[in-house]
Structures are given as C-alpha cells and as structure tokens.
Design a binder for this molecule. Sequence first.
Ligand SMILES: CC(C)(COP(=O)(O)OP(=O)(O)OC[C@H]1O[C@@H](n2cnc3c(N)ncnc32)[C@H](O)[C@@H]1OP(=O)(O)O)[C@@H](O)C(=O)NCCC(=O)NCCS
Length: 278
Amino acid sequence: MALTDAVRPAPLDQSHLADCLALSVEAGWNQTADDWLLFLERGTVFGILEDGRPVATGAVLPYADGFAWISMVLVTQARREQRLGTQILTSCLEHLDRRGLVPVLDATPAGERVYRPLGFEPIFGLTRWQGRGEKAVPDSARAMAASDLPTVTAMDAEAFGANRSFLLGSLFRRVPQYAFVTHDHTGFVLARPGRLATQIGPVVAASQAVAARLLEAAIGSIKGPIFLDLADRWTALSAILEQRGFTVQRSFLRMARRRALPFGNPQHLFVAAGPELG
Ligand SMILES: CC(C)(COP(=O)(O)OP(=O)(O)OC[C@H]1O[C@@H](n2cnc3c(N)ncnc32)[C@H](O)[C@@H]1OP(=O)(O)O)[C@@H](O)C(=O)NCCC(=O)NCCS
C-alpha cells in the first residue's frame, strides 16, 4: 500500500495512551501504561493513525551520552508486512539523525528483519528468562534508599554507557521494595511491575558473583511471575536460574545502527532494564 500523508508516522501524545497500550497488549508484551507514559513524556512516540487510532508505533528515548533507545516497534496484526514497520523506523531514524544520536535497540527476531536492511548491526544477545519469585527475606544485599540513587546512577552509567538518572529514579519509585544494593556498593538491582510479570532489571555489578547475590535478593522480594533479560555471556547466572526453575522464553539481539561496538562496559551489565529501555 502506498503511504499517503494521512498514514505517515507522526508524534503521538498522551491522548493516545490507551490505544498504544492496546497495541502492546495485542502483541502479548509486558509493558504497562506507566511504561508508555515514560516514552510519551521523556521521548517521542511515532504512530501511524487509522481512524484516529495508532495501528503502528515506535518510540525513541534519548539518553544523555550520544545515543538513544528505539523500542515499542509494533504493527497491529492485520497491517503487518505492508511496510508500516519500516516506515515507523525510518521516522525514528530521521528524528535521531537530526539530533546526532546513534540508534540502539534490543530486537526480537521479527524486528531484526526490519532493522538489518536499515543498517543495524548486532552487538550481543540477551535471553529472556521467566520464573517465579519466592517471597523470602533477602539477606544477600540491603534495600536501596533514595540516597543511593546518585551512586547507582554512576554505576549504571559506567556499565550502560549513558547517565539515565530519570529512568532509574522512575523504576525505583514504582516499587522501592524490589530495589537492592550490595553493602559495599559493588552492584544494584531494580525491578518493576509489568502487565504479565514483574520485570527484574537492570542488574549492574562488579562481578558475576555479585550479580548472583543481587538476583537472589530481587527474586526473594517478589511474589509471582518474573521476567528478566540476561546477557548471554553470563552462563553461570543462566545455570543458577535453571536450578531455580526458570525457563527461556525468547531471545533478543542488541543492535546499533552502523555500529557493532557496545556503549558502556558490558562486563558490568548483567540484566538489561528490558528491551524497551536497554
Ligand atoms: C516486527 C514488526 C514491527 C514488523 O512490521 P511490518 O510492518 O510487518 O514490517 P515491514 O512490512 O516493514 O517489513 C520489513 C521487512 O521484513 C519482512 N518481514 C516482516 N515480517 C516478517 C515475517 N513475519 N516473516 C518474514 N519476513 C517478514 C518483510 O517482508 C520486509 O522485507 P522486504 O523489505 O524484503 O520486503 C511486526 O511484525 C510486529 O509488530 N511484530 C510484533 C512485535 C515485534 O516483534 N516488534 C519488533 C520489536 S524489536
């Protein structure tokens, strides 16, 4: 179908929040209205409207240090494979090019087919594990306090490659009881409620052993289903998750446009905040 002006991607606003959420629900995704609100408030959500409702979306979230996250690339089932996804991505890329920001994202296998022809290169793989929380009293780390946020932000910036204090503050405030730091500030974990499961992430730590303690603390603080997106290199953590009865749900591929080098320091990045946030 040829794109007319009427179906060209345009920035959405908060009046489209419920329809955006309906698109991610249709795809079976875990995001909540809070997640969409973050993109609408802190970034730009492009949408293709039909009868005033988005049938395709893509969000860009600029981070402070030269790159931006692209996510929520969704096309309603009935309109797939008609190049709407490519059109949305093209608008996201033009927006970021004008700002001199490198686009980075975590691709589903379906998304990869759209991103590769647009110049995205693989950086590393992630695996989504799903399991259940145990609601035990965690003793392997201490509860995070708001006063820890500056240190947590610095640790995260070193590992992720950008200062994203607004995001860490937002995740912390959603359920502070899910947030932990090690006593010696060698790592932290955050988690937040999702539509289907509590999403653990990010986990940033000085070593895999520290990350394991933080994961124990988070899993012990959560009751019910859990999702977490672990970088594939951390095989000892995969083994721990398997022992706890976690199973693999799906894979993601971290990609950047015309760049195969990671930002930050992947040696300290264990669990991503989620494909929508990096
Ligand atoms: C991934 C998604 C956004 C693609 O949107 P779309 O509008 O169908 O994609 P396009 O029509 O622009 O397709 C781009 C290319 O990918 C191919 N492609 C898209 N979906 C495909 C599929 N399921 N199987 C095979 N090829 C596919 C198209 O044929 C096209 O290739 P071409 O340029 O050689 O013709 C859509 O399938 C979707 O919403 N999926 C569920 C959510 C998701 O995984 N989003 C990606 C998050 S990273």
